[in-house]
Design a protein around this ligand. Structure first.
Ligand code: ATP
Ligand code: MG
Length: 413
């Protein structure tokens, strides 16, 4: 789990501000749910027999003896909240979220125990059109951020009936290759065989490559759904790769699944994953409902912003106001407040803590300010403020206190 320090913040704000503006521009509304939920919520949604629920959740008993967990992802919470607030039944919803998630994974580059996701969830919309919209939104996000080298992979898992059929075929195949399965996969063979396809175990990869694909089990309706999606993407000139091996880690997907991946981040190359998850609402006790969404990993996107030289950096303040002599402090604060009244966007730091003129100037320089304003007893008497240009080769100037805002604005222009 990492601290996000002041120097890191510009890139975080850049990412979050861009996402907020974009999601709102597509008509998505923000939702915030608690960090902590009942453990049962995740066991019922993500699935008991998953890495997340079996090994990765931070779970604990509270003082009442209830089992609670830090959320490992946000979809289940959004569904729970939507159900409780009556947002889901018989209506369409477009929602977005942003916040920390927790998984007890082995920490490595791009994989942390507290990490952050930006996401979107939609409810009540059955068609491939909404899946396409989610993909277009993500594509526009990369474009707004100026990020290259993110590729789209899509697949269809088909209806739940297709999935069921495929499961039978798959179990047969894996039974024939039982010895090649690792311990987790052997255990999952009966409970959750699709998950085996998602295994990251390198030794199993060639056996997984050779496994039957879902494609042959897809019925006509599932094929039509998928080609409606690819038609929209084609017409929008969004390029994609159909990856028949893509199943996504979570249990509740059907029909379309997609991932945005990059080869610039090493092993942790997925920056966004999503798809359709009809069935989850009902699984969590609601009326059957259509649902589709995605979530993206902030840390991985920020790493890409840095790698590609697109990350915002700390800019320092605009103006640093310092004083000559202790008697100037109150007047300096007063002038600063009147500047702030009229220039709310200006970053103005007023020196605090006293010290020699020389040490105040050093702090002014370190602050990144372009201009130092200096107020001493002689300036107070004359009704002026001295101006020193910290970045430009310009002679020191004087401006009048009564007109400080106008003159400062023109100096900063
Ligand atoms: P991965 O295959 O990388 O483990 P996942 O399938 O577990 O990802 P999701 O649950 O779909 O991931 O989460 C969506 C996104 O959140 C991922 O694509 C990734 O960018 C990010 N993410 C997931 N787990 C972590 C983590 N431990 N640290 C940082 N980012 C993560
Ligand atoms: Mg994972």
């Amino acid at each position: 789990m990492h601290d996000i320090l002041p120097a890191d913040m510009p890139a975080w704000n850049q990412l979050e501000d861009a996402y907020r503006a974009l999601a709102e521009s597509y008509g998505y509304r923000q939702i915030r749910t608690p960090i902590v939920e009942k453990t049962a919520l995740f066991a019922r949604s993500i699935g008991e027999v998953t890495d997340i629920v079996e090994k990765e959740m931070y779970s604990f008993e509270d003082r009442n003896g209830d089992s609670l967990s830090l959320r490992p992802e946000n979809t289940a919470s959004v569904v729970r909240a939507g159900m409780q607030a009556g947002l889901l039944h018989d209506q369409q919803q477009r929602l977005w979220y942003c916040g920390p998630m927790f998984r007890h994974e082995r920490p490595q580059k791009g994989r942390y125990r507290q990490f952050h996701q930006l996401g979107a969830e939609t409810f009540g919309i059955a068609g491939a059109d909404i899946e396409a919209e989610l993909i277009l939104l993500a594509a526009r996000f990369w474009q707004r951020l100026g990020l290259d080298a993110i590729e789209l992979q899509i697949n269809s898992l088909g209806s739940s009936r297709c999935r069921h059929q495929f499961r039978t075929v798959l179990v047969e195949y894996f039974r024939d290759h039982y010895q090649a399965l690792d311990e987790d996969s052997q255990r999952r063979l009966e409970t959750n065989p699709l998950r085996i396809l998602d295994s990251k175990n390198v030794e199993m990869q060639s056996m997984i490559e050779a496994a039957p694909t879902l494609q042959d089990s897809l019925d006509q309706e599932s094929r039509d759904h998928f080609s409606e999606l690819t038609d929209i993407l084609d017409q929008a000139s969004v390029s994609y790769q159909v990856n028949r091996r893509l199943v996504r880690g979570l249990d509740y997907y059907c029909h379309t699944v997609f991932e945005w991946v990059t080869d610039t981040l090493g092993a942790q190359g997925t920056v966004c994953g999503g798809g359709r998850y009809d069935g989850l609402v009902e699984q969590l006790g609601g009326k059957p409902n259509y649902a589709a969404g995605f979530s993206m990993g902030c840390e991985r996107l920020i790493a890409m912003l840095h790698d590609q030289g697109k990350a915002d950096k700390e800019s320092g303040c605009d103006v640093y106001l310092l004083m000559r002599g202790d008697n100037s402090v109150a007047r300096a604060q007063q002038i600063a407040e009147s500047i702030r009244d009229q220039m709310p966007g200006l970053e103005l730091v007023v020196h605090a803590g006293g010290g020699s003129f020389k040490s105040q100037m050093r702090k002014a320089d370190k602050s990144g300010a372009r201009i130092a304003l200096i107020l001493g007893e002689s300036e107070i008497e004359a009704g002026t403020v001295a101006v020193k240009f910290l970045r430009d080769d310009r002679a020191q100037a004087e401006i009048s206190q009564s007109d400080v805002v106008t003159q400062l604005a023109s100096l900063l222009d």
